[in-house]
Design a protein around this ligand. Structure first.
Ligand code: UD1
Ligand code: UDP
Length: 386
């Protein structure tokens, strides 16, 4: 029997990280044939992630433009999909998460009557302003998907409450855990020193000696949410500088997202501080090394909220709301928004109160057991055999 062609689509860094093992696992199927399609909504950050997972896309749309608007990006994606589908029609399309790539791909596939599988379905804040525009993207994708792969019971319940057909909904765990477990195993084998890592990532030897070598504590920072652009980022930077100024024995490592709306305020407000290392986005491999060695994480990222509980790292989430309540319930994640005083007081509590830190740094994993990709493969195989 001819294997069914399954298009695995990724446009941004987190989509690659969360789709990589889906691709590798589907490759082992006798029934399904995965085809990896990169929209390249991100260029450098996507390529960096693809390299780590040894994936060479079968097709690359090369969409990214510097400073792209959401409308232009969506229009270019729809047009690229029209061209693609006019030449090649997969038997199903798999999308992951809530980016513009996800929504545009789903609309294009829906118009072509190609079945859609949505990985990481059912995440909700029920606030269209946060995260913007991601809440809208996922809310529109789920009802037109034939398979909704919910990572947790909570996300599954959201789908059922919204009236999505229960026969389309599956709890699989989050594929991010599959990638994380694979990466931890690889890092254990490699055992790179703090000085080698610092050199590789453009961090000074002095900073490495003072902080990364394990003598003093340091905090890992990431941030990129659109709803935080402008005033939110000014506040985030003020809080980071406030922490670095208050604690002379604490370092900060900040791999800065390539979005110009992030680069500009971060470089203007934080460059040159002796205890703040501003660096380029890290490869997934290096990022997990840094997260594993950090004291805690300050971030507005979705993926980081999912990874941190498995690495016993508290996260101060610089958002007012989250679609990932499991990490907050586990005690690992705390919503701190973008208020300078709130970020600083929550950071101080973790730095000053050992008992509180230990309570929050307990090993927990509400997001899966590393078998999400296998479950997705089995569900799809069953669908195509029946
Ligand atoms: C996008 C997603 C967001 C996801 C995030 C992951 C949307 C609307 N946003 O946000 O959901 O959480 O990716 O990081 O889908 N840039 C580069 N090189 C890169 C990547 C980005 O230069 O490799 C710059 C470009 O100027 C680009 C800009 O960043 O135009 C914005 O990229 P875009 O994908 O539109 O938004 P993100 O903020 O990255
Ligand atoms: N990440 C990475 N390098 C970095 C920062 C983050 O590889 O410098 C990884 C991180 O481990 C997580 C994912 O990228 O898996 C999160 O991506 P991002 O924060 O850009 O997007 P989000 O998860 O918020 O959609």
């Amino acid at each position: 029997m001819n294997r069914k062609k399954i298009a695995i689509v990724a446009g941004t860094r987190p989509e690659v990280i969360k789709m990589a093992q889906v691709y590798h696992v589907l490759k082992t199927s006798d029934i399904l044939e995965p085809v990896f399609i990169s929209t390249a909504q991100h260029r450098q950050m996507l390529d960096q992630a693809l390299r780590i997972f040894s994936i060479v896309p079968d097709f690359d749309m090369d969409i990214m433009q510097a400073g792209q608007t959401l409308t232009d990006l969506t229009a270019r994606l729809l047009s690229a999909w029209k061209d693609y589908f006019s030449k090649s029609k997969p038997d199903a399309v798999l999308v992951q998460g809530d980016t513009t790539t996800v929504l545009a791909t789903s609309i294009a596939a829906f118009y072509e009557r190609i079945p859609i599988g949505h990985i990481e379905a059912g995440l909700r804040t029920y606030n269209f302003d946060a995260p913007f525009p991601e809440e809208m993207n996922r809310r529109l994708t789920d009802p037109i998907s034939k398979w909704c792969f919910a990572p947790t019971k909570c996300s599954y319940d959201n789908l059922i409450r919204e009236g999505v057909n229960p026969a389309s909904c599956f709890i699989t765990g989050n594929t991010v855990i599959d990638s994380l477990l694979w990466m931890r195993e690889r890092l254990t084998k490699d055992n790179i020193s703090a000085f080698e890592m610092a050199k590789k990532c453009g961090i000074s030897e002095d900073f490495a000696r003072e902080f990364l070598s394990g003598k003093k504590r340091w905090i890992l920072v990431t941030g990129h949410r659109r709803e935080n652009f402008g005033g939110g980022f000014e506040n985030i930077c003020a809080a980071i500088k406030g922490i670095a100024d208050k604690y002379e024995d604490v370092g900060i490592v900040y791999p800065v997202h390539l979005n110009p709306n992030v680069q500009e305020p971060v470089n203007r407000l934080l460059a040159g501080h002796e205890r703040i290392a501003l660096i380029k986005p890290l490869s997934y491999e290096d990022f997990i090394w840094f997260m594993d060695k950090s004291f805690f994480v300050l971030s507005d990222s979705g993926g980081v909220q999912e990874e941190a509980p498995s690495l016993s790292k508290p996260v101060l989430v610089m958002r007012d709301t989250t679609e990932r309540p499991e990490g907050v319930e586990a005690g690992t994640c705390e919503l701190v928004g973008t208020d300078v005083a709130k970020i600083m007081s929550s950071a101080s509590r973790l730095l000053d109160d050992g008992a509180e830190y230990r309570r929050r740094a307990m090993l927990k994993n509400p997001y899966g057991d590393g078998t999400a990709c296998l479950k997705i493969k089995e569900i799809l195989e069953k669908a195509f055999v029946c």
